[in-house]
Ligand binder design. Structure first.
Ligand code: AMP
Ligand code: MG
Length: 600
């Protein structure tokens, strides 16, 4: 068995940085510049105004204040895109818009807000004069020629990765195309007699090919161009034919057929067509991995196409892609940083590492109080692709570590980063609805207490149709609000309340950002019209019918006769009012992803 590092080193030793191509800048996002970019112009090209206001001579404003304005004669106006026709002589000013060139003679711009223009306009006063209400320094609100980029500057260096801002800079230099390292074409081949295409109906013994799609999406995500070869069958002939179709690519990625089963023949085909490295890598999931080069002849030249044979299990194939294919693609694109971004996080669950391999555990990372926490995303079978859906990172447990305890610090490779992380992982939220007097608040109380016993951080949201109980007339906070404050915070040692005036009734989702991300569960009372998962509290004496239609509900909690209610409401999950533990189990299982780890 070889280590992850040895395997990666071997893979990288077979791939080269690709050649450059010149192409439109809009298609260059994420590519590496293959030339230094020098400017042939100044940006900005002329001194110009950073504000809408009046261009003037700073010395003419000496001593100006609101109570003692300096009056100047307005001798013209200049908008962005045109040139000034007049110059600014002593005692004069020119009305100027943001981005318009600064007139000759002017050395400062005073904003409209710091002049008497508005009051002049409203009192229909003479606009051929302007009162300046503040003293300006030379250079105030003036953007100088070449202050961003000067003619001759090296603006972007060879080797820089083009992000939106670099593409914008290229545009501002007047470049519509750039010389960049080209994107690798990556041929993708799924293998297996059991596989059928996504648009084919399932037949007994068959499964849809998902690896092609995961791998193609990963290739695109990291900047490559996927070339889909389809499904190769478990026969030497079928695989050979398919592989031949992929040999004009820069790299070939197959999935499946690399374990030790009778039909795992990718390695046999490789052995025939090229040089094969077939390894077991000391990692879990993803132990079997094939790597080699396939020889091909182009004209008179012999070429070698690197081939990475990933395991077939969807999670194994994705995790090995991240560890080996991603760095290879990045290297071909000319990138220097090939590793995945990693953080240190406190793990929420115990993890055992039974057979001394490097364990990649799917986790969801959240940030609470300035610290990262990682929770295992439920069952970790290498066929369970939804465990990747719930994950935004991979906790890396070293070979030498046999057990990790909840509370230990672990390294986590981030699959998604920063804004993707906070946007894609919203807080689990469940709404408790029901008719008035049905017992919603009591269920909320019981559930909150139950989840506290389970070590969950719970936030509760109450929707009031009338006013706010906390807004008591006469209290200081009420008086601040009456006086017009848009928001009032009441803070005391250990508590904070926040009251904000709103122009509409917020949805529960709109309230979440106010809570912050540090909760495991948000329980909401009310909001019956929202699209949140809902549990209805039903009370027999208020009638047999429900407030919400059964399709909208996740469950019902009732003190009534279960049978009639079940009959009346299709196949709804129904709980007895007294069974808070079962309701909490249901919420935890369906809405809170904190299941114990069973890494594999
Ligand atoms: P193999 O590595 O070919 O032995 O496959 C291991 C497991 O992964 C088997 O259960 C396969 O059915 C499954 N598998 C292989 N290829 C794919 C694929 N393209 N999409 C989904 N599952 C796959
Ligand atoms: Mg197979």
């Amino acid at each position: 068995m070889i280590s992850v590092e040895e395997a990666l080193e071997k893979v990288l030793s077979y791939v080269e940085v690709l050649e450059p191509e010149r192409k439109p800048i809009l298609n260059c996002l994420g590519q590496v510049l293959a030339e230094g970019v020098y400017s042939t112009i100044n940006i900005p090209p002329l001194d110009n105004s950073a504000m809408d206001g009046f261009a003037l001579r700073a010395e003419d404003t000496r001593g100006a204040t609101e109570s003692s304005p300096r009056y100047l004669a307005v001798v013209g106006e200049v908008a962005a895109g045109s040139l000034p026709t007049n110059e600014v002589r002593p005692g004069t000013a020119i009305r100027i818009m943001t981005g318009a060139p600064l007139p000759e003679g002017a050395d400062a711009v005073v904003r409209f807000e710091d002049t008497d223009e508005t009051s002049r306009k409203s009192s229909k006063n003479d606009l051929s004069q302007i009162g300046i209400l503040c003293q300006a320094k030379k250079g105030l609100n003036v953007r100088c020629r070449g202050e961003d980029i000067a003619e001759g500057d090296l603006v972007l260096k060879k080797g820089e990765v083009l992000r939106p801002q670099e593409i914008g800079v290229l545009a501002s230099l007047g470049r519509s195309a750039a010389l960049v390292i080209r994107r690798p074409i990556v041929a993708i081949l799924a293998t297996g007699d059991e596989l059928i295409g996504v648009d084919q109906p399932l037949a007994p013994g068959k499964i849809h090919d998902s690896n092609t799609y995961t791998i193609a999406a990963e290739v695109s995500r990291y900047g490559g161009i996927p070339k889909i070869l389809g499904i190769g069958r478990d026969s030497v002939q079928s695989l050979t034919e398919k592989i031949d179709e992929g040999l004009d690519a820069d790299m070939l990625i197959t999935s499946g057929g690399v374990s030790k089963g009778d039909y795992d023949i990718v390695k046999d085909v490789l052995a025939e067509r090229g040089e094969v490295g077939f390894w077991t890598v000391c990692m879990k999931p993803g132990k079997p991995l094939a790597f080699g080069v396939i020889k091909k002849v182009v004209g008179r030249k012999k070429k070698k196409v690197p081939h990475l044979g990933l395991p077939g299990n969807p999670v194994s194939s994705m995790i090995t892609f991240e560890q080996f294919a991603r760095p290879a693609i990045l290297k071909m694109m000319g990138k220097k940083v090939l590793g995945k971004p990693a953080i240190q996080a406190i793990i929420d669950d115990d993890i055992v590492n039974t057979d001394g391999r490097r364990l990649f555990v799917r986790v969801n990372v959240t940030r609470r109080g300035g610290q990262y926490y990682a929770s295992v995303t439920g069952p970790q079978g290498s066929g369970i692709l939804t465990s990747m859906v719930r994950a935004n990172g991979l906790a890396v447990i070293p070979e030498s570590s046999h057990a990790v305890k909840a509370g230990d610090t672990v390294e986590v490779q981030m699959l998604d980063w920063a804004e993707e992380q906070s946007q894609s992982k919203t807080l689990p939220i469940v709404s408790i609805v029901g008719k008035s007097q049905s017992g919603k608040t009591m269920l909320m109380e019981q559930l909150i207490a139950e989840f506290k016993k389970r070590d969950c951080r719970v936030a509760a949201i109450k929707h009031c149709h009338g006013g706010m109980e906390i807004d008591h007339p006469g209290k200081d906070s009420w008086r601040y609000a009456q006086a017009g404050s848009d928001a009032v915070c009441i803070s005391s040692p250990g508590k904070l309340a926040f009251i904000r005036n709103l122009d509409h009734d917020l949805s529960a989702e709109e309230i979440l950002p106010v809570l912050g991300p540090e909760f495991d569960l948000v329980l909401v009372e009310g909001f019956k019209k929202s699209k949140l998962p809902k549990i209805e509290v039903h009370r027999k004496e208020l009638g047999n019918d429900l407030l919400c239609s059964p399709e909208e509900l996740s469950a019902v909690v009732t003190d009534g006769s279960l049978d009639t209610l079940v009959a009346d409401t299709c196949k709804l999950t129904v709980f007895r009012s007294s069974d808070t533990v079962a309701v909490a189990d249901f919420i935890e299982k369906n809405f809170v992803f904190k299941s114990p780890s069973s890494a594999c």
